[in-house]
Design a protein around this ligand. Structure first.
Ligand SMILES: O[C@H]1[C@H](O)[C@@H](O)[C@H](O)[C@@H](O)[C@H]1O
Length: 655
């Protein structure tokens, strides 16, 4: 946003105070690492005193000379401790429980489905409804969450999300039929959508700039942590074939209740309060969150910004149309939505969903072992998100996202090559058994395992002679259990195993499985630190306050819409393009994403939320060239006469 000349006075004051502070720091305290704000506090006080000529102790007075060092030290100690108060961490962890629930509830369903489909005899349509019903509901509520956040505030939205999570989990754990299950999954989905768009915004708004990226990324750490925890719970309760799913789906009520109770006592975002004109309350909460640190500079900068924004953009008309007609927010919206779209188009959820099969291809035949190994995949995703938490404030958002997506693209190519090589050496089908008269025989038309595996209705029954596949056939899968065939030699698991027969559903025995496995591991190692968390982190930062809820609602909505699209189309894509074709396609999307991010994503590391809008003043796709600006840090703030004043109405304010 263009700062007007009326601010020159403020800016000059700021420069002056910084210069004085800098000189003083060099003279008195050359070694200590004092943040720039600290110097300006002291210097601003000096410059204010001398400018005012108030008769109080000034640079020329003996009292001043005698006590200035002590005063400075005392002021430093009292107001400028640079430690981050633990309250910020408490707020972040309680809000990130929303991320945990997002991860848990999207992750747990695959294990629950294995048990549910048998107990409630669910056909494919119902299985799909139960999985995508949640993601679809999340898309709707993420879009609607913008208005909710804007009108009722971040805290109310988080409370609502945790209430929905709790209600949904209770309904799921006591459900007696598939209709009730679907309604429970939809309620949980509504909670996920609201949490996914609100939590990053709330954390970004309460965090100090130097920690913001890290704390918002912790939310994604909680998402992947939730997914990992869900996979462990799936493993544990898979041993309870009757009611195991009730525990799997119901357990999320515990973190949801904890979050709800916590947020009854936790405060609203001070930025939202300032926007709503509740300035006294905002100031109180901001100083509570910042502990010993002085908040005047931050408070003023937020308030000035809101005033300026209102002047520049106006407040009439729906936020989304104002965002689209005002170039900086339009550009930010394109970047935010593009990031979320490319996150999903890189196929993360297909990879997570498909990991058990990739692992089976590499020789893990036991189903239960495959479930446990899938939790190793989820664990890898989680651990490498932790690497992202560590890197985000070191290398910045832009480099982290670019590096991550470049690695992800290479991993996708390796994965695709693994499937391609496997398809080329796919075992031939040597036996064509005749189907019993009342049974489906369409599977017997395939001539190699590859075609058979891509048909969701068929499986591959074979024997091994040393490392060669022999006596192989393609027969229909048993609809009640994918571990067995509907008819033929592989119908009874215990019996066919004793006869040294093998049953492969969804995969083919292949000597190149290691390539796919390598691709899978590399994918997670690269995706998790950058492309996983950064779309959420960047979106929480790039919109000005008036557009933040709406911007995040749109971009989260895009994330969920593409999530549904990619997951629902994966099997069909694989059928038409084969598996390697599907992964080459995702690699192509990742490549496009790389160009988009290289051209359009600016670095937001270390900047105040209020400054970030200025990064979108230039035409889109010039961000790469602006990268060199990283070190240039200009602060636009209004310096008040005293940083110590306690109320908005303090008569000593100089503006
Ligand atoms: O950032 C998250 C994370 O990467 C998850 O693992 C994935 O399942 C979500 O779709 C994504 O939004």
């Amino acid at each position: 946003m263009n700062r007007k000349t009326s601010e020159n006075v403020e800016y000059t004051l700021r420069s002056l105070s910084s210069l004085m502070g800098e000189r003083r720091r060099k003279q008195q305290d050359p070694d200590s690492a004092i943040a720039s704000g600290e110097q300006s506090l002291i210097a601003a006080t000096e410059s204010f005193c001398s400018l005012q000529g108030s008769g109080g102790p000034g640079p020329g007075s003996s009292t001043y000379l005698g006590n200035s060092g002590d005063l400075e030290r005392a002021a430093r100690r009292q107001f400028q401790q640079n430690e981050t108060p633990s309250f910020v961490y408490i707020l972040s962890v309680f809000s990130a429980l929303g991320g945990f629930l997002f991860g848990y509830d999207t992750g747990v369903v695959s294990g629950a489905m294995l048990l549910l489909k048998r107990q409630l005899s669910l056909d494919t349509l119902w299985q799909e409804l139960l999985v995508s019903g949640t993601v679809g509901a999340a898309a709707v509520s993420a879009l609607a969450g913008g208005a909710l956040n804007g009108v009722f505030g971040r805290r109310a939205a988080i409370l609502l999300a945790s209430a929905l999570f709790t209600a949904g989990s209770v309904v799921l754990s006591v459900a007696q039929n598939k209709e009730t299950l679907l309604s429970g999954r939809v309620v949980v989905g509504l909670g996920i959508g609201i949490a996914s768009m609100t939590v990053p915004v709330y954390i970004a708004e309460v965090s100090p700039p130097n920690l913001r990226g890290r704390l918002v990324t912790v939310n994604t750490l909680f998402i992947t942590g939730g997914q990992f925890f869900a996979s462990v719970v799936d493993g544990v309760f898979s041993y309870l074939p009757k009611d195991g799913w009730r525990y799997m789906l119901g357990l999320s009520a515990i973190p949801a209740i904890i979050q709800f109770l916590g947020f009854l006592f936790l405060p609203e975002s001070p930025r939202w309060l300032i926007q709503k004109g509740q300035t006294q309350k905002a100031r109180r909460i901001l100083s509570q969150i910042r502990g010993n640190q002085t908040i005047d500079e931050e408070y003023d900068s937020i308030r000035n910004n809101i005033e300026e924004e209102e002047k520049e953009v106006g407040s009439a008309g729906p936020v989304i149309s104002r965002m689209l007609t005002y170039p900086p927010t339009r550009r930010a919206l394109i970047v935010g939505c593009g990031l979320q779209m490319f996150q999903q188009l890189s196929g993360i959820n297909t990879i997570m969903y498909y990991s058990a099969t990739i692992l089976q291809m590499s020789g893990v035949e036991d189903d239960r072992l495959a479930i446990w190994l899938a939790s190793v995949t989820a664990f890898t995703n989680f651990i490498f998100t932790l690497v992202g938490v560590w890197l985000v404030e070191k290398v910045g958002r832009r480099k982290l996202t670019l590096g991550s997506l470049a690695g992800t693209s290479v991993a996708l190519i390796i994965l695709a090559l693994g499937f391609l090589l496997s398809a080329q050496v796919s075992p031939q089908i040597s036996l064509k058994p005749t189907a019993p008269s009342d049974q489906n025989s369409s599977c017997t038309k395939y001539s190699s395992c590859d075609g058979c595996m891509l048909d969701p209705g068929c499986g591959f029954c074979y024997k091994m002679n040393k490392s060669d596949v022999v006596d192989s056939s393609c027969v229909p899968v048993n609809k009640a259990s994918a571990n067995e065939a509907a008819w033929g030699r592989c119908t009874n698991e215990t019996k066919f195993k004793a006869e040294e027969l093998f049953w492969a559903y969804n995969f083919c025995p292949t000597p190149y499985a290691w390539t796919a496995l390598l691709g899978l591991i590399l994918y997670l190692v690269f995706f998790a630190p950058g492309m996983g968390p950064m779309p959420w982190t960047v979106n929480s930062e790039i919109y000005p306050l008036w557009a933040r809820s709406t911007g995040n609602a749109c971009s989260s909505g895009i994330n969920w819409i593409f999530n549904v699209l990619v997951s629902l189309t994966f099997l069909h894509t694989a059928e038409y393009l084969t598996y390697y074709g599907a992964f080459f396609l995702y690699a192509g999307f990742a490549g496009l994403g790389l160009i988009f991010i290289y051209g359009c994503l600016p670095e937001t590391k270390g900047r105040k939320l209020e400054e970030i809008e200025s990064l979108f003043e230039n035409k889109l796709c010039t961000c790469g060239t602006l990268d060199s600006d990283e070190g240039r840090y200009i602060e636009y703030i209004r310096v008040k006469g005293s940083n110590y004043h306690l109320s908005d109405n303090d008569a000593s304010d100089v503006e």
